[in-house]
Ligand binder design. Structure first.
Ligand code: ATP
Ligand code: ATP
Ligand code: MG
Ligand code: MG
Length: 252
């Protein structure tokens, strides 16, 4: 097809195809959600409605993109694992990142009223997105372990921080000062001795984050193939147990 005399500018668009046969991890994160959560009155340290809305948007993404086998979410971020062999958008990076980020964001806004019926959106939220490639199963496992370890560190800190403020009557400056230099054991102790909170008994959703797996349903076959369904879990994904059960995610 003959183009116009202007069509040569197309040649300035460079290919950005991602390496074949390599795991893709797509992560998005809310832009300035510290402010967004303040302006929309998120409950601290963990607003359940906001986490459920994130989960809903993540599930929508996995329903649309079947090459995502696993997802992990905490706070204002979500990570998605795409199968090594995915041919999604011919593995064009900008196309994948922009389309998935955009769909997640529009799902977040679309479903907002269901989770925040009494809180109108004051301005449109946005998310950043990126893809990191990992060559083998070990790095993929370590990537997800890294995110879940981060969930634990942040949530323990935030739980102690907000207990000192909400129940202890401290200012934010004083709460930070109390926690400065403390290790994990000290924070458990502060929660238990001052506020009667056994951290390990708190809802695993907050301590472990959200895990979506595309699990096989062996008893049910669709067109001769094992059917799958999305399962939402709040379990440990660092130890071997999880990967022994759901290892098929890495091998497809
Ligand atoms: P950036 O644009 O660099 O990501 P940010 O303000 O979004 O900046 P993050 O490190 O991503 O910073 O942290 C997100 C912040 O959003 C948290 O620190 C917390 O204050 C808030 N937040 C996100 N989700 C929730 C939630 N479910 N409940 C309460 N607060 C939340
Ligand atoms: P891709 O995902 O590759 O971008 P696409 O279907 O969005 O695929 P485009 O080349 O972006 O393809 O073309 C957009 C199409 O959307 C147009 O061909 C046209 O059919 C339709 N479209 C967009 N805007 C309008 C509009 N204002 N009125 C009518 N049709 C529109
Ligand atoms: Mg953020
Ligand atoms: Mg974040």
């Amino acid at each position: 097809m003959a183009g116009s005399k202007f069509a040569y500018v197309r040649k300035f668009e460079l290919p950005d195809v991602l390496l074949p046969s390599t795991f893709m991890v797509f992560r998005l994160d809310g832009h300035s959600f510290h402010r967004f959560s303040d302006e929309h009155g998120f409950v601290k340290p963990n607003d359940l409605r906001a986490l459920q809305l994130m989960d809903h948007a993540a599930k929508s993404l996995m329903e649309e993109y079947k090459d995502i086998g696993l997802a992990f979410g905490e706070s204002d971020e979500y990570s998605f694992l795409l199968r090594k062999s995915t041919a999604l958008y011919n593995r064009r990076q900008a196309k994948i990142v922009s389309t998935l980020t955009s769909l997640f964001t529009s799902c977040y806004v679309f479903h907002w009223p269901r989770y925040f019926p009494d809180v109108p959106l004051r301005y449109p939220p946005s998310f950043d997105g990126r893809i990191v490639l990992y060559p083998s199963e070990q790095e993929v496992r370590d990537y997800f372990a890294w995110r879940q370890a981060d969930t634990h560190i942040n949530n323990l800190y935030n739980t102690a921080f907000w207990a000192l403020i909400q129940q202890g009557g401290l200012t934010t400056t004083d709460a930070h000062a109390v926690l400065r230099g403390t290790v994990s054991k000290d924070k458990h102790e502060i929660l238990f001795s001052r506020f009667g909170v056994n951290y390990d008994k708190l809802d695993p959703r907050y301590r472990k984050g959200s895990v979506f797996v595309r699990a096989e349903v062996p008893s049910y076959k669709k067109k001769g193939k094992v059917a799958t369904q999305l399962e939402l879990l709040h379990c440990d994904i660092i130890r071997d147990d999880f990967w022994e059960k759901y290892g098929h995610i890495l091998r497809e």
